[in-house]
Design a protein around this ligand. Sequence first.
Ligand SMILES: *Cc1c(COP(=O)(O)O)cnc(C)c1O
Length: 383
Amino acid sequence: MITPRKRYLLTPGPTPVPEDVLLSQARPIIHHRTGEFREVLKQVMEDLKYVFQTQNEVLIFASSGTGGMEAAVVNLAAKGVKFLTVAGGKFGERWKEICSSFGVDFVTLEVEWGKAVEPQDVEEILKSDKNIKVVLTTLCETSTGVVNDVRALAEVVKKYDAILVVDAISGLLADELRMDEWGIDVVVSGSQKGLMLPPGLGFISLSQRAWDIVEKADVKAYYFDLKKARKSGVNYDTPYTPAVSLIMALKKALEMIKEEGIENIWARHAQLAGICRNAITSLGLKLFATRPSNAVTSVSLPEGIDGSELVKFIRQEFGVSIAGGQGKLKGKIFRIAHLGYMNIFDLLVGIASLEFALHHLGYKFELGRGLLKVEEEFLKQYK
Ligand SMILES: *Cc1c(COP(=O)(O)O)cnc(C)c1O
């Protein structure tokens, strides 16, 4: 085991939190029904619109990202509204599970894990079933490392007078997403991924078309009642006690995001992801996703190497957390995230620890090849 023990979080959530963001949570708690807190809430609600690329309000819940997903389903489940869930990974399946939990009328489009959803497959279903009014999909399907073309999906969905709901929990800030410009109706996210925060906040933003459905629905939610949250939000307030410290941290994280600029953040993620993919293939390993996300790189394991063992070895020996496979991909793939507060040095740590582990586990490759690739690719682009 390497000492001193240092931790490196290269998982697609939670992700590392910048020092200044951590410190911003350490201040004494202020009361939330005060002008002082409302000023903070006003600022973060404004800045979140920039991150979501929308003019619609972004509502904040004290929940993980899944709370936002549940809020979307429960509030859109109006009478006569049928849902289409797009599977293709663990998080696509979560949409199915939430719909089942609430007895919502839905059908599912199954997508092979590792592949992106084909917009024409969604179109076929919408064409044949006019009752479908809500399509639930994922930007980055974190379990497979695939990014879906939500822009193309939004176009298709609009043609059939339905709305598109996107789980952008891991994709936000890593994969380009322009809610208003692309006509996406609902975007859901969470704090512990691209936003560089600890876990504990869920976010949701809705277009007017989505609100029109919510207005008609007899909503069976209490905490996740979006109409109630929106009404309070108008006065920069929340119906219940907000996660005050996390919102202080959010304010700081959003300042950093605005300073770097969203286009630069997308470009940084694209650069790191591109370099990571090249380093992986230079080691003779195969990428798992056919349409890879810039948040996380998923890699098929070579014959004879167990993914769970590899991930455990890297964490225990080196203090580096990468992710294994989830659900039916358990033991079959591993995933390295380059999401949030990350730069090229984090990637070097990831590739170095991977090489150490592969070498130790007996995989045959040219030691240092991946690291060299990272350095070469980086220098090529470095100005
Ligand atoms: C992490 C993640 C979730 C789950 O978020 P929680 O914060 O754990 O509830 C859902 N969808 C995607 C795509 C994710 O990456």
